[in-house]
Design a protein around this ligand. Structure first.
Ligand SMILES: *Cc1c(COP(=O)(O)O)cnc(C)c1O
Length: 671
């Protein structure tokens, strides 16, 4: 009987897929789904449809899944050229090499539906949900042209280019027959649904990710382009439509698929229209009471520009009257306001809301005092399996007595503390790191980096408050450090939002600084890599010696790239902000610069570049000294404090992972 049931479900499953015979019959059969086992897919579908266990729908504008570095699907058809993205240019102070070479990476393009840390967190959250076996469905958007492709032009900075990729031949992505429709003031907006299954680390469980797509022949030309580009922000109508697709379209998708959902998790205010859709659809509005506990909201930024507000007339120009009316009812900050504020809508409607680190919780309570009693803080994490390097995974496996099944239980990594006095382990952890550093140097071979030179990494979104050019604030100081204390290699990467002129100006400035260092490349080498993505995110966070993190406190809500670094024994050189506040006493590296306290948040425009760069140089002097005391001329002092710090890093990564984070969500938010 059991097998009969499975067979039925398989038939249902296949018949839900659009053009199965033409597009997917090579890749999907009763046993396999793009080379992975199919059974977990049917089980996950069954669980979501039956509604037997408490289930969660997680809405996010972006998902950074990083399939090129983790759980890559097998594919019988050749991967189309559009889905490969294998060369990157470099801008360095060794410009002749930049001119002659490109970085070659033998990899497919990651599904380009994310812009930065928010999306990577959403990707890590869904992966950990699969690891933990939660009945959990992600809701996102299929961005037909991704975010953008980045080009550097000297004297111009960043030149964004349209990114082209092909969803139809992307491994693991399937188009469904199902279409959902949103009625709008411009007529019906049709949305295709796509599915992508996110597998657990052991491939025994999955969570589906549902992606909405407006690029359909039955839509008008304007509608077809709505799901082209993530965070296209030059047009208000466009922004409202994109948010309506995620919130309203997402709710309609869950209904069309027949998923029985208990909790709707809104990752950022972008998805707030999901609440509006629920309200409009209820015959008896009194039932809305029940949903205060069933919608939960995670806020990711203390920066004001990160919160969406729309003029009521603009919303009325897009949404049907009953939706626009409900949006006013739920989203006006005051009765006489002319704006709908999506952050306010989430904060006032949801009984449970959370900040993404303890410090961010404090800041959020200051920003929204009227909601302070319901603001919890659940600190972000990273997905251990995605971000751990092979050499560190092997190291952990070698000490199985200490780490046990750390894949299943990443908290076991805390056991590293007991190896602190083990001289063999101290040598091995440094050697595991050197393997990663060697790998980086191989990938960047033409630039002739060296394994015995202190290497500093900085990579993340280029945004003002993250202060990407802080280390170049005083070129004389950094030159002095490199010549008099010890040589340096600095590697940077990051994209600025295409409409963010200040961000682009930062890139221009960095390129100029790099150029100024042209005559000094024997003592300081600086490279900035084009098109930062999850591939480079993993490569850099596990291979440099020191991860530089210098946001202006208190504007970094959490930050996660440093968590990837500590998992791989890479030390932190950081200001005291976001997650770092919780690791202040743990000696993960060095903390410098301005510290926020008190009840005044301050301004993210007052960047304190002079004071904080001074503090950075003073601290860097100590970092360089300790590095060359630890490792010089190929000789390692394995008793060095440097190795203590590496061990502290791994120890704390036992906490800063998304498995712990998802468990906290389950306990504190979905109940
Ligand atoms: C981890 C990651 C981020 C987040 O970096 P932060 O330091 O938290 O800003 C951004 N982009 C990519 C590609 C990442 O992998």
């Amino acid at each position: 009987m059991g097998s009969h049931k499975t067979a039925m479900e398989y038939e249902d499953f296949i018949s839900s897929i659009d053009s199965f015979e033409e597009n997917y019959k090579e890749e999907i059969n009763k046993n396999f789904y793009f080379g992975f086992p199919l059974t977990p897919v049917l089980t996950a579908e069954h669980n979501l449809l039956s509604g037997q266990a408490e289930s969660i729908a997680y809405f996010s504008m972006e998902f950074g899944l990083a399939p090129s570095i983790y759980n890559s699907f097998q594919f019988k058809k050749p991967i189309g050229a559009k889905n490969q993205f294998d060369t990157h240019q470099v801008f360095s102070n060794d410009w002749l090499r930049d001119y002659l070479f490109k970085v070659h990476t033998d990899k497919m393009l990651d599904i380009p539906i994310y812009g930065g840390g928010l999306g990577v967190l959403a990707g890590d959250a869904i992966k950990s949900s699969a690891d933990l076996g939660f009945p959990f469905a992600g809701i996102g958007i299929l961005w037909n042209k991704g975010y953008f492709k980045q080009n550097f032009w000297y004297k111009h900075g960043q030149i964004p280019e349209e990114l082209m990729w092909d969803p139809l031949t992307y491994p693991g992505l399937v188009a469904l027959k199902r279409i959902v429709t949103i009625e709008t003031k411009d007529g019906p907006l049709h949305l295709r649904l796509w599915k992508y299954y996110v597998y657990s680390y052991d491939k025994a469980r999955v969570c589906p990710l549902i992606l909405l797509d407006s690029n359909l022949p039955q839509n008008n030309d304007f509608f077809k382009k709505l799901t082209d580009q993530l965070y296209r922000s030059d047009d208000v109508r466009w922004k409202i439509y994109q948010r309506a697709i995620l919130g309203i379209g997402g709710m309609k998708a869950l209904e069309a698929l027949g998923y029985a959902i208990d909790y709707y998790h809104l990752n950022e205010g972008h998805a707030a229209f999901a609440i509006v859709e629920r309200y409009v659809k209820l015959e008896d509005k009194a039932e809305m009471e029940d949903y205060h506990n069933r919608f939960v909201y995670t806020c990711h930024t203390p920066v004001a520009a990160g919160h969406d507000r729309f003029n009521i007339d603009d919303v009325k120009g897009v949404l049907k009257d009953e939706y626009a009316d409900a949006s006013q009812l739920l989203g006006k900050e005051t009765t006489d306001s002319e704006q709908i504020n999506l952050t306010h809508m989430c904060l006032s409607f949801c009984n449970k809301v959370n900040a993404v680190a303890q410090k961010h919780g404090e800041i959020m309570r200051m920003q929204f005092p009227q909601f302070s009693s319901k603001i919890k803080a659940i600190t972000n994490g990273v997905h251990t399996h995605t971000w751990v390097s092979e050499s560190f995974a092997q190291l952990f496996d070698r000490y199985v007595d200490m780490f046990g099944d750390w894949r299943k239980l990443p908290e076991n990594l805390a056991g590293v503390r007991q190896l602190k006095t083990n001289q063999e382990f101290r040598r091995n952890i440094f050697e595991a790191h050197q393997i990663n550093k060697h790998n980086l140097i191989e990938i960047l071979k033409p630039w002739q980096l060296r394994e015995d030179i202190l290497t500093i990494g900085w990579a993340r979104r280029i945004a003002g408050y993250k202060r990407p050019a802080l280390i170049f604030q005083n070129i004389q100081r950094i030159l002095h450090l490199a010549y008099d204390i010890g040589p340096l290699q600095i590697i940077l990467a990051g994209k600025a939002h295409p409409n963010d002129d200040i961000g682009s100006a930062h890139i221009e400035k960095i390129l100029e600084h790099i150029d100024q260092l042209n005559n000094h490349k024997d003592f300081i080498k600086v490279l900035i890599l084009e098109n930062y993505d999850t591939y480079f995110g993993k490569l850099l966070t596990n291979s440099v010696d020191v991860w530089l993190n210098n946001p202006l406190p208190p504007f970094e809500a959490s930050g996660t790239s440093g968590m990837k670094a500590i998992l791989n024994g890479v030390l932190e050189l950081t200001t005291l902000d976001g997650w770092v506040v919780e690791a202040k006493g743990d000696d993960l590296g060095w903390i410098f610069g301005y510290e926020h306290s008190g009840t005044d948040i301050g301004s993210e425009k007052v960047l304190r570049l002079d004071e904080d760069s001074e503090a950075l140089y003073n601290t860097l002097e100590k970092v360089i000294k300790l590095y060359y005391e630890t490792y010089k001329d190929g000789i390692l002092d394995q008793r060095s404090l440097w190795i203590d710090k590496m061990i502290h890093c791994v120890e704390r990564s036992a906490f800063f992972n998304t498995q712990r984070m998802m468990r906290e969500y389950k306990e504190k938010m979905w109940s």
